[in-house]
Design a protein. Structure first.
Length: 280
């Protein structure tokens, strides 16, 4: 079975011991920790705090398995953080993606991203940490695996790859077999969450409009048995990160600890049940 780790954004504001207990009680083996701007642990504070984080997690039987960062640029602070990340035993991190803002030329942004990623690879290799961009639906340069690979075509997959998020690909339109087939050696890590398209009448135009909401894994569009089988066939062996994102048009469930914990526990149980059924 794959180890399951918690992308703990929904409970990241808890004191560290309470955060660790919460994640352990939900059945996870490890943590996929936010370490980025606007998180309790940032790029700046992570340099000093990550050793304590690892110690507290280990005291609760958890592994600090991965980090979600916004790192993109090479500078002294980034170098110090990467040095710390390596020292606490984390070997894989997510790095910053590229949103396409209004008025941005996508070709120019692609050129910038390709150059930045090659430069950043040098720093990752120096510190023995593997980075990945996450495929992310919406107006992003990393909207699917095909676009991510365009960004990474000058990079060595030993050091920079793709964090495969099949939930986002249900919105971006890339089938599971195509995505994993294209990834090859660039498959760095995996996230699970699942959307569902809901529709409404646009209040201004009256036209039928579709918008995704994020729901428990068994209730969304993600074909999880297919994804798990494809990962097994691709000989993926690293942990899978469960992303506790549950939201509708009207309510962000993930902003409330107890109901989110209930849904996360159901997701963990569902994934483990599927892995048992599929002999993974």
């Amino acid at each position: 079975m794959y180890n399951l780790i918690a992308f703990c954004k929904w409970c990241q504001d808890l004191p560290l011991p309470e955060l660790a207990r919460n994640i352990k009680n939900l059945g996870f083996e490890g943590v996929d920790l936010p370490c980025r701007p606007n998180a309790p642990i940032t790029h700046q504070t992570g340099i000093d705090k990550l050793p304590e984080v690892r110690r507290v997690f280990e005291d609760h039987g958890l592994k600090l398995a991965r980090l979600v960062t916004g790192l993109r640029e090479s500078n002294d602070e980034t170098e110090r953080l990467l040095e710390t990340i390596n020292s606490v035993g984390v070997k894989k991190i997510r790095i910053g993606g590229y949103h396409i803002s209004e008025g941005t030329d996508p070709h120019q942004l692609l050129d910038t991203a390709r150059k930045n990623l090659v430069d950043f690879q040098t720093l990752l290799e120096k510190h023995g940490v593997k980075g990945a961009i996450q495929n992310h639906s919406g107006n992003t340069l990393d909207v699917n695996i095909s676009s991510c690979l365009l960004m990474l075509q000058d990079c060595d997959p030993r050091w920079v790859g793709v964090q495969y998020d099949p939930g986002h690909l249900t919105l971006s339109g890339e089938p599971v077999s195509l995505a994993i087939g294209l990834l090859g050696d660039y498959l760095h890590s995996v996230n699970f969450k699942s959307p569902r398209q809901e529709y409404f009448s646009h209040p201004k135009t009256g036209r039928l409009t579709f918008k995704p909401i994020w729901v428990p894994l068994k209730d969304g569009m993600l074909d999880l048995p297919m994804v798990l089988s494809a990962l097994k066939a691709a000989q993926y062996t690293d942990p899978i990160s469960i992303h506790a994102e549950y939201r509708s048009f009207f309510h962000l469930v993930e902003h409330h600890l107890k109901p989110t914990n209930t849904l996360v526990a159901e997701d963990v149980k569902y994934v483990r049940q599927l892995m048992q059924e599929l002999n993974i």
